[in-house]
Design a protein around this ligand. Structure first.
Ligand code: SF4
Length: 238
C-alpha cells in the first residue's frame, strides 16, 4: 500500500472514530509472537465506481451491529442520487422502520414542509425528491434511543460511502447525533446550528432535528431551523 492510500485509510478510520489501529508484523521476531488485535480486512474507502446500489448491496441483510435484532427494515435512504444537498438524520423511527423509507412519519412530514415551503418562499424550484435523505444508522434503535457510538461507527461506513458517492454541494446534519457522526463534535445543536463546518471538503450546516421542532414549546428553534435551511438552500441553489 503506498503512502497516499495509507493516509486516506487512516483519515477514513479516524473519521469513523477509531483512535488506534494495530498491524501484525509480516515476519514477527520470536519474542514478538503474541496475539495482538488486528482489524479485519479493510474495506475499500470508496471503491472504484461505487454507487448507491453497490452500497445497498454491500449492506445486504446486515447483522454487523446489535440494531439488526429488532428492525423490520433497513432504511437505506431516498431521493436523488445526484442530489446537490443531502440531509442526514439520526436513525429510523417506527414509521420509517415499517415502510423502509427515511423521514416518512410526523418529523418527516415536517422536514418535507420545511424543504418545499422554504424553497417556494425563496423562489427556488425544489421538491423533496430533488434532495437526498438518509440517516447515520440504517436500523431503528429500540424505543428510539440514541444510537451507541459503536453502532454509529459500524454503520457510519455506509453513510460515508453514500456521501462520497453522491458528492453533494452541501450536507445538512439534522440534530446532535448526525453532527457528532460527521464532525466528531459533541457540542449541543444550539451552539453549532446555523454555522458552516466541513465533512471532508463538503460544506456542512448543522440544524435541529425535525422531531425536536415538533415539540410545542420549541417555536424559537423552529424559526431558527427555517433560517438555517434558507441559508443552506441559497448556498446550494443560487
Ligand atoms: S444499523 Fe447499520 S450496521 Fe447496524 S445492523 Fe443496521 S445496517 Fe447493519
Amino acid at each position: 500500500m503506498d503512502a497516499e492510500t495509507l493516509r486516506e485509510y487512516l483519515t477514513f478510520y479516524q473519521d469513523l472514530g477509531f483512535t488506534s489501529l494495530y498491524k501484525r508484523s509480516a515476519k514477527p521476531a520470536k519474542a514478538e509472537q503474541v496475539t495482538v488485535p488486528v482489524l479485519p480486512a479493510l474495506p475499500a474507502l470508496a471503491p472504484e465506481g461505487d454507487t448507491l446500489e453497490k452500497i445497498r448491496e454491500d449492506i445486504g441483510d446486515c447483522t454487523r451491529c446489535r440494531l439488526h435484532a429488532a428492525r423490520h427494515s433497513i432504511v437505506f435512504g431516498s431521493g436523488n442520487p445526484q442530489a446537490r444537498l443531502v440531509f442526514v438524520g439520526e436513525g429510523p423511527g417506527a414509521d420509517e422502520d415499517a415502510k423502509g423509507l427515511p423521514f416518512v412519519g410526523r418529523a418527516g412530514q415536517l422536514l418535507t414542509q420545511m424543504i418545499e415551503g422554504t424553497a417556494k418562499r425563496e423562489g427556488i424550484p425544489l421538491e423533496r425528491n430533488d434532495v437526498y435523505i438518509c440517516n447515520v444508522v440504517k436500523c431503528r434503535p429500540p424505543e428510539n434511543r440514541t444510537p451507541e457510538p459503536d453502532e454509529m461507527e459500524i454503520c457510519g461506513q455506509f453513510l460515508y460511502r453514500q456521501l462520497s458517492t453522491i458528492q453533494p454541494k452541501a450536507i445538512c446534519a439534522l440534530g446532535a447525533t448526525a453532527a457528532r457522526a460527521l464532525l466528531g463534535r459533541k457540542e449541543g445543536v444550539t451552539r453549532m446550528r446555523g454555522n458552516w463546518f466541513k465533512w471532508r471538503d463538503i460544506p456542512l450546516m448543522v440544524t435541529y432535528h425535525p422531531s425536536y421542532l415538533l415539540r410545542p414549546y420549541n417555536q424559537d428553534a423552529k424559526r431558527e431551523a427555517w433560517e438555517d435551511l434558507k441559508k443552506a438552500l441559497h448556498f446550494v441553489y443560487d
